[in-house]
Design a binder for this molecule. Structure first.
Ligand code: FAD
Length: 475
């Protein structure tokens, strides 16, 4: 290849971090090239992550809701599921969004180069071109010269060494392909991704087992929230194995046989029709030739950055999953904007007070800022207020009053520093708490804000009113 053109900015990876950075930089006047090995833009999130999982979860939630209606006197026959059509729906959703991104790139004159990029020195990336349809390289190479770069190469599924290759053993990407619904599914790893996919398969007819090394599912969320989710979802599971490890997996003709060790381990190996490995994600820091550019990568493959998202090489930035936890799309997007603005000569810092987390299960579990567990661990003095949805008119009318809303205040100033909800639509409502924390709102600000009645979001105002001791008892 040859290095003809010089770009102001090269962005490596077109996930939420990368495309956000590329678009912002182009808007600020930079000449931008975006390098991506996938056929479509959008990275893990749009192609094999956030979006396809939510497309499936939405359908699962509607099926579950219809089943709930039986208790209200409205009975439907069991749904007939055309799995090929459902898969097609999911693909259509992905296509709309990734196609939209391609249009946005074009409109901003962001040049997209399809292929696997590797740094060859601090100002050049060599791209092994792909055909634009799959990830297979064509043998052709192209060298791109840049003044500045943003590394947004994301993360990949962690593979467990003792797990054999077998079509019945899948990771989240394989699970999203939705080839068939097994009778009996084992989920290895009780985090959000595993439980979301488990929800989909269970609603479509699978029985679930889950194995988790820690002492609880959905690590990161306070236990009181998870307890509500677990009670409502107990019917999906045959066995929830906590403090237990998977030690051997054998693919036989009659099924996948799995051996466990630990507190809840059955003595005999267990047989499954399908196994979903959801044991975490690893950053791609070691796969991009970072050393050739002088960019430091940690042993685990993360790239360390400062508040401007600069690596140890000042003209090279890094953003998204590759710079660390939490590995979430909305964090990547904000970091992408910061990096792009700095690359364009502005002064920007990543200074978020909050990075919300949501499990899009049924009910949803959503939390932001300081959690109770964190406060306890770090000796932060807090006061909390909980509003049970059993006192919410809307939740009762919906037949879904199992949830609650929790606000966490600084014990001294009564400013809100954290909050969480478990219940239907919790993720959508969390935004108000995020904004309140960023704005430095206190309990009075939130309590005196008139919320529409009857809404689930009203529970946020009511929790604040309860805290001030002036609850108006408005169910
Ligand atoms: P990625 O999205 O990983 O994108 C990196 C891109 O770089 C990829 O397209 C990759 O092909 C490309 N790339 C890597 N190396 C090279 C190279 N050498 N050359 C060229 N291209 C390269 N997050 C949420 O916030 N909400 C959710 O609901 C959610 N659900 C999820 C569900 C699942 C099943 C999974 C797996 C993840 C989910 N996530 C969710 C996490 C979210 O997908 C990631 O946090 C997000 O995609 C990270 O964005 P990123 O830009 O850092 O990297």
């Amino acid at each position: 290849g040859s290095a003809d053109a010089e770009y102001d900015l090269l962005v490596l990876g077109a996930g939420p971090g990368g495309y956000s950075a590329a678009f912002r930089a182009a808007d600020l006047g930079l000449k931008v090239v975006l390098v991506e090995r996938y056929a479509t833009l959008g990275g893990v999130c749009l192609n094999v992550g956030c979006i396809p999982s939510k497309a499936l979860l939405h359908n699962a939630a509607v099926i579950d809701e219809v089943r709930h209606l039986a208790a209200n006197g409205i009975k439907y026959p069991e749904p007939e599921i055309d799995i090929d059509a459902l898969r097609g729906y999911k693909q259509k959703v992905i296509g709309k969004l990734t196609g939209g991104l391609a249009g946005m790139a074009k409109a901003r004159k962001v040049e997209v180069v399809r292929g696997l990029g590797q740094f060859i020195d601090p100002h050049h990336v060599e791209v092994a071109l792909t055909s634009g349809e799959g990830q297979a390289t064509t043998g052709e190479k192209k060298v791109l010269k840049f003044k500045q770069a943003i590394i947004a190469a994301g993360s990949r599924v962690v593979k467990l060494p003792f797990i054999p290759e077998d079509p019945r053993i899948v990771d989240s990407t394989g699970a999203l392909e939705l080839r068939e619904v097994p009778k009996k599914l084992l989920i290895i790893g009780g985090g959000i991704i595993g439980l979301e996919m488990g929800t989909v398969y269970s609603t479509l007819g699978a029985r679930l087992d889950v194995v988790e090394m820690m002492d609880g599912l959905m690590q990161g969320a306070d236990r009181d929230l998870v307890k509500v989710w677990q009670k409502m979802n107990a019917h999906r599971f045959d066995n929830i194995m906590l403090k237990t490890k998977t030690v051997a997996v054998e693919a036989r003709a009659d099924g996948i046989w799995v051996t466990f060790e630990g507190d809840a381990a059955p003595k005999e190996p267990q047989r499954y029709d399908m196994v979903l490995v959801a044991a975490g994600r690893a950053p791609n820091g070691k796969q991009i030739g970072a050393d050739k550019a002088g960019v430091a990568v940690t042993d685990r493959g993360f790239i360390e950055v400062d508040k401007q998202m600069r690596t140890n090489v000042p003209h090279i930035f890094a953003i998204g999953d590759i710079v660390g936890q939490p590995m979430l799309a909305h964090k990547a997007v904000h970091e992408g904007h910061v990096a792009a603005e700095n690359a364009a000569g502005h002064k920007a810092y990543f200074d978020a007070r909050v990075i919300p987390g949501v499990a899009y299960t049924d009910p949803e579990v959503a939390w932001v800022g300081v959690t109770e567990d964190e406060a306890k661990k770090n000796g932060i003095k807090i006061e909390k207020s909980v509003f049970p949805w059993a006192a919410s008119g809307r939740a009762i009318a919906n037949g879904r009053d199992e949830g609650f809303t929790k606000l966490i205040f600084d014990a001294e100033t009564h400013r809100i520093i954290g909050g969480a909800m478990v219940g239907t639509h919790a993720g959508d409502m969390l935004g108000e708490i995020c904004l309140a924390i960023e704005m430095g709102a206190d309990a009075v600000d939130i309590g005196k804000t008139i919320h529409a009645h009857p809404t689930l979001g009203e529970s946020i105002g009511l929790a604040a009113e309860v805290f001030e001791g002036s609850c108006t008892d408005l169910p």
